[in-house]
Write a protein that binds this ligand. Sequence first.
Ligand code: NDP
Length: 241
Amino acid sequence: MTKVAVVTGGTRGIGYAISKRLKEDGYKVVGLYGGNAEAAQKCEGEIGIKTYQCDVSNADQCREVLAKIEDEVGPVDVLVNNAGITRDGAFHKMEDDQWEAVIKTNLDSAYNMTRPVIDGMRNRSFGRIINISSINGQKGQFGQTNYSAAKAGLIGFTRALAMETARKGITVNAIAPGYIATDMVAAMDEKVLDSIVAQIPVGRLGTPEEVAHAVSFLADERSGFITGATISQNGGQYIAA
Ligand code: NDP
């Protein structure tokens, strides 16, 4: 049976590339988006996937949309927790809403999305959960206490859930991309970006397609012995243990 893959933030940026790649790999792909319906519609037309609106920071919306997907498309075999935002600022100037939005969207979302699908995966003895973390969750980043905390939290979540689900045919892994050429990075100051590229041994930004390639690899049935891992994908910028 054709496997179903759900990608949060699956209609733009890295998520778009992941949806496209998984579609090419033969999955029935569902892309979730937050508010950008225009991008979602464009994505449906371009890569031929279904899309649903869902605010991943809202547990009720996640439960509802996943029930709808299971009903309309089928049980979820692969879940890619990719949606994320930044609200940067020095910690001594950070406001409550900056902290909360980033933790809710980047970290609570993993609970909100994974909790409703885990029983089904356990019952069917198969599942692939792939969490998109970040280099900045591994090493920290000036101005990103909120984002670094959320992305490091995702790595802890990945490891603990991997232990709990290993006997059930479910793997849980994280990918920690470095700087990837998407809107999120295009929004950065040009000088800051130049200084970042200068610190990347490979000498360039990564591409969304490269991240999608790692997702495809982890989602594959043959990757069943890899669980609890974090794949660093950063052009050598930070070589973690
Ligand atoms: P983009 O800003 O290009 O896209 C973000 C995606 O997340 C959009 O599809 C957006 O939906 C969705 N999203 C945001 N908030 C919500 C929400 N509350 N509910 C549902 N969906 C939401 O980001 P990138 O593609 O650059 O990043 C993707 C992931 O990769 C993020 O988790 C990011 O932290 C991580 N990452 C990115 C790096 C980079 O260099 N770009 C580096 C390391 C990690 P909509 O289209 O509706 O707005």
